[in-house]
Design a protein around this ligand. Structure first.
Ligand code: A3P
Length: 272
């Protein structure tokens, strides 16, 4: 929320740090930053500033729960603490570890069309590598190996939502995992945020005037407490065109996984 307190040496009076009441578990490139920033509009939400990677990175998990709590923002007693680490969704160990901390925690999962997510994932890695002066590959070189779809490519593996969801459902009932439609969040954020408020039992505080469409950015930006802000320039990048034959192969491969996923969660999406 707007009275969320940033990192400071002296805790503001009346605040303390709490383990999260809710975690945005992923998916990477699903719109996790947008979701966290938009939820942070709510005065009763205290959002962690950075990705904590506690449950998916062994070296952090080894530091223990007290370390984890220390990473959280200071919050007032009426606020709930939320952290987001997109790597949790695809981590084989995260669900069991989160349950060990708090088996009744509310989980938020934001998903978008898995084909689109592969391209977004590639684009992020492409720009990271450029910044670090590492060589880059055309997307087709990543997607295809020996003339066939390279299904071992990490970006494709992360888009197998059924595979990862099955793991989460071993540890949490479906009712504890609220799925946010990342495609809808891009075009019409308010209804998605209102559903999240209800899921988290928060009073309705996020309203239409908290969002405005920025033509230059091409995305919705946030208006809160008299300030206007868009997400970082790394969010909402243009995607490269993909060879249509390769794209068709990718869609075909993901189609069955999507069907499996719909059956698993008892809900469908209009992914290709
Ligand atoms: P692209 O950059 O590929 O378009 P994450 O924060 O999980 O990495 O997700 C990034 C994605 O959030 C972006 O992917 C973008 O499509 C999406 N997004 C959703 N709402 C957005 C918004 N209001 N501003 C910018 N990006 C947004």
């Amino acid at each position: 929320g707007n009275d969320t307190v940033g990192p400071s040496l002296v805790p503001p009076p009346g605040t303390s740090k709490h383990a999260p009441h809710s975690i945005i578990i992923g998916v990477r490139k699903g719109g996790t930053r947008a979701l966290l920033e938009m939820l942070d509009i709510h005065p009763e939400v205290a959002a962690a500033a950075t990705e904590v990677h506690f449950f998916d990175w062994d070296e952090n998990y080894a530091k223990g729960f007290e370390w984890y709590r220390e990473q959280m923002p200071y919050s007032y007693p009426n606020q709930i603490t939320v952290e987001k680490t997109p790597g949790y969704f695809t981590s084989p160990v995260a669900p069991g570890r989160i349950r060990a901390m708090n088996s009744s925690i509310r989980l938020l999962l934001i998903l978008r069309d898995p084909t689109e997510r592969v391209i977004s994932d590639y684009t992020q890695v492409y720009f990271n590598r450029l910044e670090n002066h590492k060589p880059v590959q055309a997307i087709e070189n990543m997607l295809v190996k020996n003339g066939a779809l390279n299904t071992r490519y990490k970006a494709i593996q992360r888009s197998l939502y059924d595979v990862h969801m099955r793991n989460w459902l071993q540890h949490f009932p479906l009712e504890q995992i609220h799925i946010v439609d990342g495609d809808t969040l891009i075009h019409d954020p308010l209804p998605e945020l209102q559903r999240v408020e209800r899921f988290l039992h928060l009073p309705p505080r996020i309203v239409a005037s908290n969002f405005y469409f920025n033509q230059t950015k091409g995305f919705y930006c946030i208006r809160s407490d008299g300030h206007e802000r868009c997400l970082h320039e790394s969010k909402g990048r243009p995607h490269p065109p993909v060879n249509s034959t390769v794209l068709r192969q990718l869609c075909l491969y993901l189609r069955q996984h999507n069907r499996n996923f719909y059956r698993l969660i008892g809900r469908t999406f209009n992914w290709q």
